[in-house]
Design a protein around this ligand. Structure first.
Ligand SMILES: [Fe+2]
Ligand SMILES: [Fe+2]
Length: 270
């Protein structure tokens, strides 16, 4: 199966890049399944129901969220109405929605999509992601119950992401990191067949500080004082993510490639 994952969509610029270019990429790269992280799509903080609908309409099969899952309050309800949205498994015991689900793919195939939050350097303490993902992977064995499985590992620390990659190696098709908004150059297939990248990077304007207009972040770093609000940078966005081709029988990754399309980042594609 040919799967594309796109990292955190950042504000209007990120949304525009997805709505303008994803359907073309689906066709060009003959994609079977597309997962998009939407946690920053609405003004950089959360995902509104309207913007979730727009990203799904643009060609995403599933949207994942993150620590900003419910910054837009209408997501508290919409996540229960729209099964194609996945919030972190370990967000909170009382969070609405689901942290993992099996989705249909073309040709009667099945794809598990799950998301977990890490614990290292995060603003809030979340439950242990390793024990959270364990029963989910056990319930959907690769090559038996599902043809592919993707886990979005949403956290700051590359060490924690790599540990998750190895913990799930051979049991998931793809472990991909999100949240830092900067793509790492370590796309690889781990020894037991799981495609891995520490961070997919954001879909946003890279002439920025992790997607925000650079004036206010610079001001805060330089002066230690807050002068205004953070607003998403509005220039042309790069679509950043990971392309993975999997074996339908085993669910293991056969090929992995970093994706960078448009905007400031140098192009990379399958
Ligand atoms: Fe993010
Ligand atoms: Fe995040």
């Amino acid at each position: 199966m040919r799967i594309l994952f796109l990292g955190d969509v950042m504000g209007r610029a990120g949304r525009a890049a997805v709505t303008e270019r994803l359907s073309g990429l689906r066709e060009k790269w003959q994609l079977d399944f597309v997962v998009v992280n939407g946690e920053n799509a609405t003004n950089g903080a959360g995902l509104s129901a309207a913007h979730a609908k727009a990203l799904l309409e643009a060609g995403a099969d599933v949207l994942t969220l993150g620590d900003h899952a419910f910054d837009q309050k209408d997501m508290l309800r919409f996540v229960e109405e729209e099964p194609r949205i996945i919030r972190p498994l370990n967000f909170s015991k009382v969070a609405p929605g689901r942290g993992a689900r099996v989705f249909p793919a073309p040709g009667g195939r099945k794809v598990l999509v799950a998301q977990v939050l890490g614990q290292v350097f995060m603003k809030r303490p979340f439950d242990d992601p390793f024990s959270a993902i364990e029963p989910v992977l056990k319930a959907a064995p690769l090559g038996v119950q599902v043809n592919a499985a993707l886990v979005d590992m949403h956290c700051e620390a590359t060490s924690e992401k790599m540990a998750m990659g190895h913990w799930c190696d051979g049991r998931a098709s793809i472990i991909v990191g999100t949240h830092t908004h900067v793509p790492t150059g370590d796309a690889m297939i781990l020894p037991r067949g799981t495609a891995y990248q520490s961070d997919a990077g954001m879909c946003g304007d890279y002439n920025s500080v992790i997607g925000m207009d650079k004036a206010e972040p610079l001001n805060r770093f330089i002066t230690g004082m807050s002068k205004g609000r953070f607003t998403p940078a509005a220039g042309p966005a790069t679509l950043s993510g990971l392309f993975v081709e999997t074996d339908d029988a085993t669910g293991k990754a056969k090929r992995v490639a970093m994706v960078r399309d448009g905007g400031l980042l140098q192009p990379a594609a399958p």
